[in-house]
Design a protein around this ligand. Structure first.
Ligand SMILES: Nc1ncnc2c1ncn2[C@@H]1O[C@H](COP(=O)(O)OP(=O)(O)OP(=O)(O)O)[C@@H](O)[C@H]1O
Ligand SMILES: [Mg+2]
Length: 324
């Protein structure tokens, strides 16, 4: 990708780096916020760091004089369209996707319905009725989806709350222990965990970055692995045949377009041994730390971290979010 060099007079006002928040991914959001802020200030761009979890007055006054907002944050309340709606209402340009794509992307079941319309292959899944008897619900899910199943929150990230049920008993106890969480059950697909980043030019041309494989002993890219607390080897580009790599790119680009994403997104897949790529979910605000997945993919494509961050910031000027 061709990223024109930064010119010092490109941005006139301060850029709000919005980070933190109250989701379970707060720690990862703060990490993205720090590294994004360091990169921007390192280029000589004026910033104001705003924690979304701060007092409401501080948030609103902090947003009062900024040129645009750089969203270095993930999870509920930030990645789900809520923050995007606030910024739209205040008339502040912001990075990443708009309200609709963000809300859709945060709801894994709805997102899968939409992407499957664009010939993107998804594992079968269903909402878990946590109000029903765990025994009857487990029976229903097993009959519909088979075993093993993976259970995950419908609207969470970072592999939080992920459970694999390999037997009727483990499925029953997972459902019984769900509490008030909105859960989904998904057919477990054995294979490699692979992620594909998508970057858009300001004219809307989409570009898939080299795929990244996260290799873990049991194949699951877990909460611990994502935080560097469990074995995980990264391969970028992922170890895939050309045909599978092409198919992953096609599916990631198709999903980005049909969901109406803008600027950048990261798509997570399982690639089964037969080479089929199963789309799991989109991250409309993927982690942006220097060693994060999107930065690794960008680097494999010849982009420095600073170029990636500058490109995403320039994308805030795009006025296509309302037209999806
Ligand atoms: N259906 C499945 N079959 C096999 N493994 C799965 C399945 N769904 C999820 N996984 C494993 O769990 C990981 C996390 O799943 P997923 O990407 O859906 O969750 P997430 O919490 O939203 O992730 P993120 O941190 O990217 O927001 C996947 O990368 C994969 O390793
Ligand atoms: Mg994921």
């Amino acid at each position: 990708m061709n990223i024109p060099p930064f010119t010092p007079d490109e941005f006139t006002g301060p850029i709000a780096v919005i980070t933190g928040g109250w989701s379970q991914e707060r720690d990862r959001s703060l990490l993205s916020g720090r590294t994004v802020n360091d990169a921007l200030t390192g280029m000589g761009i004026k910033t104001a760091v705003i924690d979304l979890d701060g007092p409401r007055d501080a948030l609103l006054s902090g947003l009062g004089h900024v040129e645009s907002a750089f969203l270095a944050i993930a999870g509920r309340g930030a990645e789900d369209g809520g923050l995007q709606g606030l910024l739209e209402t205040l008339g502040i340009p912001y990075t990443g996707s708009g309200v609709l794509a963000s809300a859709l992307g945060m709801h894994k079941l709805r997102a899968k319905e939409v992407v499957s319309e664009a010939a993107v292959l998804v594992p079968r899944s269903d909402r878990v009725n946590v109000g029903a008897s765990p025994e009857l619900e487990a029976e229903r899910l097993e009959a519909r989806l088979g075993l093993p199943l993976i259970l995950k929150p419908i609207a969470e990230g970072g592999s939080i709350g992920l459970q694999v049920a390999t037997s009727a008993e483990s499925l029953i106890s997972a459902i019984a222990g769900a509490g008030g969480n909105l859960l989904m059950a998904e057919r477990f697909r054995t294979g490699r965990s692979v992620s594909v980043g998508v970057l858009e030019d300001v004219d809307g041309t989409v570009h898939a970055l080299p795929a990244l494989e996260a290799q873990t002993p049991n194949g699951i890219y877990s909460y611990a692995a994502k935080r560097g607390n469990a074995d995980c080897d990264y391969h970028c580009p992922a170890r895939l045949s050309d045909t599978t790599a092409d198919e992953l790119r096609r599916q990631a680009l198709a999903a980005h377009r049909v969901l109406g994403c803008v600027s950048h997104s990261r798509h997570d897949f399982i690639v089964s041994d037969d080479g089929r790529a199963w789309w799991l979910e989109v991250n409309t605000l993927p982690g942006l730390s220097r060693s994060g997945n999107l930065a690794r993919m960008a680097q494999a494509d010849g982009l420095t971290y600073e170029q990636l961050i500058l490109h995403i910031l320039r994308g805030a000027r795009v006025d296509r979010r309302a037209h999806v």
